[in-house]
Design a protein around this ligand. Structure first.
Ligand code: MOS
Length: 794
């Protein structure tokens, strides 16, 4: 056997899944997080907690103008501060922000150009964090200030909106039929503008990096969502090759998009560590995370719907303007789900961008759908009111049979099941559709709903699975799984352990899940809700490969073995001869996917002479015994998955429905969420507990988006006025009532070998609209400008 065979898989056809064939049935179970006790006992090391001997501390210094150049950095005031080591400045723009979507700019020799207020321009290094902080405050920077020429007001800049870069951007414009004519010819129309504000990703763990060099190799403990692409960014920024960079993110305290790319503190730490030849730790302050990493763009969205008197939609227009720094490719892809959510032969999705001198905009918590579906789903609710049709019924009538833009089938689509199950649980039938009809004491009560949808994708991912002898384990063997996939609080460690344990027939504590290190095989990383499906498939295939190797090792046809509690058991009665095996193998080949053939030899069984064991009295064999036969006492396999044609031949998306009940105070206009129910269908569920938690998170984000989250940019210089969690409001416990989540049963054989789909960002997509629609039902006021603060209801 080769020591590391690679089992590649392209997803081109519906595939079977091993999960249904195994006995232990661990997948799906709501088990606790395998890293839970480490986290709550403070033993899970986050980047800022890593310590190296001789380590020093850096604090970033930010620009205080919106546009212009750094003229001079005067560090004379720092000379009297004990512990100050050095001020590392930015002659090559390395701190600008090499985040996702950022174009590589040619450095301007000797000049630091400022693009936005808050842009890091230098880092002060000291023996202590306190000294570095004091030094950063004392540094005197003079500027050639061009703030007067800066673009700082999104609304004012709207007339200057320009085309987006479709090639490098986050979605594509699209037109089907004749939308304007369709609208003009419709019996019933609705045409509205919606505004959503700049938002802050606000992960709980601020960005932090400890960087040090071992000769020419840079090692960084940093808080990242995507190791492989972040490593590439570091290589690009510092002109290093792949052997010269190692990124490690064992534990990540949330990212929500702000850690998809490398943030400025990483590169600053790497450069300072090189200059000083000492390990450098830079932790961003909360204000810096908000000012200098990434934000979600504000948007202005036009939704225009044309339908007949029965609500059958023929036209859907979704035009969006969002903002970013000049020259950036990323734009907020608000209309991703508008392309397939409802029927309609005429459709237009159009994106435009305005340039602003404000911190980079990029991905945040379901980039696109999270704010795009606010517009679409509020419009659907208003249309339902206008037509006097129940909002669920209106959506049911507009259920497309196929993806209406591309004329391809859905892999699975359970929007109706989600609405029905959610409605039943929520008690939707008791609803009074007449707005402002229910006053309880001082509070107007209202209910609302909205659909959810989030596109599903598969990204190339690899994993390595190794069985090795371990006397400390009950069964004398353990499986070590390695992939550079991260766990950003989502439960990757746990769900992948479940997958590996299930396929290898081992108890879960016999799985050692190793994530978040660029020295492991590269995977999708955590973003776009693709991680569990993509990196999980890599793990699945590696374990399946290992299972096949074990079968070969004991001389059995892979499909006839059962792995259970560290034993290889023969599940089939007959023991195939070589001839039979060859015939079976050919048969299997013609059946397509499940090809249990050794690709090197072309047959399913090894020659009798190479057989290690005598199976005349075969009952079962211990994995540990087989593994210990090997010189190195381990057996290793690699799995790899790549996107195939499925993503193009089928529209893949998770669907759901959110229901909300709100109370609005009749005097103050204060809005309280009383309860929410969400029903979501995302293929098979790997772990009901972590999946449910993901949905809770999405619904909580929905509350934030509907009622409170809003970056306030100072109109004079674009600075973020509310750059901390005291002023930038995210929902706290008191804002979040009991939430109910229903995971609607689904199995999607077109997505990946596990039949799962992305769930993380499904619940947020549409959640804010459900709340807005409930507010309308409570008080009869439609708010088009988010968040819905009390002043907008009075
Ligand atoms: Mo998510 S915003 O794709 O990390």
């Amino acid at each position: 056997l080769p020591s590391e065979p690679t089992k590649k898989m392209m997803m081109n056809e519906p595939v079977g899944s091993l999960f249904s064939e195994t006995a232990s049935n661990l997948v799906g179970k709501p088990i606790n997080r395998v890293d839970g006790s480490l986290k709550v006992s403070g033993q899970a090391p986050y980047s800022a907690e890593i310590h190296r001997d001789n380590q020093v501390y850096g604090v970033l210094v930010s620009a205080k103008i919106a546009k212009g150049q750094v003229e001079n950095i005067d560090s004379s005031a720092l000379e009297d501060i004990p512990g100050i080591i050095k001020v590392v400045t930015d002659p090559k723009q390395f701190l600008r922000n090499p985040q996702q979507g950022g174009e590589t700019k040619a450095p301007t020799q000797g000049v630091s150009e400022i693009f936005y207020h808050g842009q890091p321009i230098a880092v002060v290094i000291a023996e202590t964090f306190e000294a570095a902080t004091e030094g950063a405050h004392a540094l005197k920077v003079s500027y050639k200030d061009e703030t007067e020429q800066a673009a700082l007001n999104f609304t004012k800049e709207l007339p200057n909106a320009h085309e987006v870069n479709e090639k490098k951007g986050s979605d594509k414009n699209a037109v089907n039929g004749d939308p304007e004519q369709g609208l003009a010819d419709s019996e019933v129309t609705l045409d509205r503008f919606y505004h959503t504000p700049s938002q802050s990703n606000s992960p709980m763990e601020p960005h932090a990096t400890l960087a040090y060099w071992e000769e020419d190799k840079l090692i960084m403990y940093t808080s990242n969502q995507m190791i492989a692409s972040c490593k590439q960014q570091v290589m690009d920024a510092l002109d290093l090759n792949k052997d010269q960079v190692q990124l490690i993110s064992y534990y990540v305290g949330g990212g929500f998009g702000s850690k998809l790319g490398i943030a400025p503190e990483s590169i600053a730490a790497a450069i300072a560590a090189k200059e000083l030849d000492r390990p450098v730790l830079i932790c961003m302050a909360r204000s810096q995370v908000m000012e200098a990493t990434v934000r979600r763009s504000n948007t202005r969205q036009r939704i225009a719907i044309g339908c007949d008197k029965d609500g059958i939609i023929n036209t859907m227009i979704h035009d969006t303007v969002s903002s970013n720094l000049p020259g950036e490719a990323f734009f907020e892809p608000t209309a991703l789900s508008t392309k397939y959510l409802y029927r309609g032969e005429n459709r237009r999705v159009n994106y435009e961008q305005v340039d602003v001198n404000q911190v980079l905009s990029g991905s945040m918590r379901a980039p696109g759908e999270a704010v795009g579906m606010i517009a679409v789903e509020c419009a659907m609710d208003e249309l339902a009111s206008q037509l006097n049709i129940d909002p669920i019924e209106l959506r049911r009538r507009n259920e497309p049979e196929k993806d209406p833009t591309q004329d391809i089938p859905f892999s699975t689509r359970q929007l109706i099941a989600c609405m029905e199950q959610g409605a039943k649980q929520f008690g939707w039938e008791k609803r009074n559709p007449k707005p402002a009809s229910q006053l309880e004491g001082d509070w107007w009560i209202g209910t609302g709903m909205a659909a959810s949808a989030r596109g599903n994708q598969l990204k190339p991912s690899e994993a390595r699975a190794t069985l090795q002898v371990d006397e400390t384990k009950d069964l004398g063997v353990k499986a070590v799984i390695e992939t550079d996939m991260t766990d950003i609080g989502t439960g990757s460690y746990t769900v992948f352990s479940q997958v590996a344990a299930e396929i290898l027939g081992l108890p879960i504590d016999h799985i050692e899940m190793k994530l978040g290190d660029s020295s492991f095989p590269p995977a999708s990383g955590s973003g776009g809700s693709v991680g569990a499906a993509s990196a999980g498939s890599g793990v699945y295939l590696a374990c399946e490969q290992l299972r096949d190797m074990l079968a070969e090792k004991v001389g059995l046809y892979p499909d006839t073995i059962q792995l259970d509690k560290g034993q290889i058991k023969r599940s089939g009665e007959h023991h195939l001869s070589n001839t039979e095996a060859a015939v079976e193998a050919v048969k299997d080949k013609t059946e397509g996917f499940k090809q249990k053939v050794n690709k090197k030899t072309g047959i399913a069984l090894p020659e009798p002479a190479t057989r290690v064991y005598d199976f005349s009295n075969f009952q079962s064999y211990a994995l540990a015994d087989i593994v210990s036969e090997y010189d190195e006492q381990k057996l290793s396999a690699k799995g790899q998955i790549k996107p195939g044609k499925n993503g193009k031949s089928h529209r893949q998306s998770s669907f759901g429905a959110n229901f909300a009940e709100v109370a609005v105070h009749k005097v103050t206009g204060e809005i309280r969420i009383k309860r929410m129910t969400g029903a979501f269908a995302a293929g098979r569920i790997l772990n009901h507990k972590t999946a449910t938690s993901q949905c809770y998170g999405g619904m909580v984000f929905g509350i934030g988006s509907a009622l409170m989250e809003e970056i306030i940019h100072d109109k004079r210089d674009g600075r973020i006025c509310n750059h901390d969690l005291a002023e930038y409001h995210v929902p706290v416990n008191a804002d979040v009532p009991q939430l109910e989540v229903i995971l609607v049963e689904e199995d999607d054989p077109y997505t990946n070998p596990m039949h799962i789909k992305g769930i993380g960002e499904t619940a947020i997509s549409g959640a804010a609209a459900a709340i807005a629609n409930a507010v309308y039902n409570a008080v009869g006021v439609r708010v088009y400008d988010f968040p819905i603060t009390l002043d907008k209801l009075l």
